[in-house]
Design a protein around this ligand. Structure first.
Ligand SMILES: NC(=O)c1ccc[n+]([C@@H]2O[C@H](COP(=O)([O-])OP(=O)(O)OC[C@H]3O[C@@H](n4cnc5c(N)ncnc54)[C@H](OP(=O)(O)O)[C@@H]3O)[C@@H](O)[C@H]2O)c1
Length: 246
């Protein structure tokens, strides 16, 4: 059933089928949003999640492909008719030191950043500027601020995402469209699962709260930015158990 014209606000979460994105979908649904669960390859978990959240729906796009994003925006128009909140959560990383990182890996990591920029542009143009309302929430990372060996392209992308947040907030001055970043620290998801145990333990030892974060602890802050934070704009909110204060 098409909900076009509905009063219910719609939130789109990229990479919503897994980890932090999945927790964001659940938190936004609990706040009353109709949630668009975006995925690229995690179709079954995205569908399962959407089925468990009232009114939620799935949309697919590889964010490295502009044509996929154009098709996604058309689909959003038909299925939802509006997008009030965009959570740019999708991200991609390859762990390798500078000298063995491949150009293809660099391109794949930066391809998601390019897609994030292009999707945001299209969502602004098609939905938020027309409605004169929007919340854009970018999920960046503490490593964009601290650096991290073995993740140079990823840290470059995450630092750039926070710059994107600040620049876009300034470009949208005077409108009720607020742009912020949430920068997670070390969170227990598939992305961190692949790290060797000794690396995990050495990171945990540097966290004042002495543990990894849970995806829900990031999603709580995202949901707050999407709903109650009316005077927070162009900011980077660090959620990392004290690892880094900004
Ligand atoms: N876990 C951490 O400690 C941590 C810390 C700081 C920041 N973050 C950031 O938090 C976000 C979520 O990460 P996570 O930890 O929840 O890991 P995750 O489960 O691996 O999530 C990454 C998501 O990005 C999506 N994605 C990757 N490449 C894509 C592409 N080309 N097109 C569309 N979607 C793509 C994936 O979708 P599919 O699975 O459908 O392909 C997946 O849902 C990422 O931006 C990550 O950089 C995580």
């Amino acid at each position: 059933m098409s909900e076009t014209g509905s009063e219910q606000k719609v939130a789109l979460v990229t990479g919503g089928g897994t980890g932090i994105g999945g927790a964001c979908c659940a938190a936004l649904a609990a706040e009353g949003f109709r949630v668009g669960v975006h995925y690229r390859s995690s179709e079954s978990s995205a569908r399962e999640l959407a089925d468990s959240l009232e009114g939620a729906f799935t949309v697919r796009a590889d964010l490295t492909l502009a044509e996929d994003i154009d098709a996604l925006v058309v689909q959003l128009k038909e299925v939802a008719g509006r997008v009030d909140v965009l959570v740019n959560n999708a991200g991609y990383n390859v762990n390798a030191p500078m000298l063995s990182m491949k150009l293809d890996d660099y391109d794949a990591i930066f391809g998601v950043a390019r897609g994030t920029w292009y999707l945001t542009k299209q969502i602004l143009r098609r939905f938020m500027l027309r409605k004169k309302f929007g919340r854009v929430i970018n999920v960046s990372s503490v490593v964009g601020h601290t650096g991290n060996p073995g993740q140079i392209p990823y840290t470059m992308v995450k630092a750039g995402l926070d710059a994107f947040t600040k620049s876009l907030a300034q470009e949208l001055a005077g409108r009720d469209i607020l742009v912020n970043s949430v920068a997670p620290g070390f969170i227990d998801t598939e992305m961190t699962d692949e790290l060797p145990d000794e690396v995990k333990q050495s990171i945990i030892a540097r966290i004042p709260q002495q543990r990894m974060g849970r995806p829900e602890e990031i999603a709580d802050v995202v949901a707050w930015l999407a709903t109650r934070a009316s005077y927070v704009n162009g900011s980077v909110i660090h959620v990392n158990g004290g690892l880094f204060g900004g």
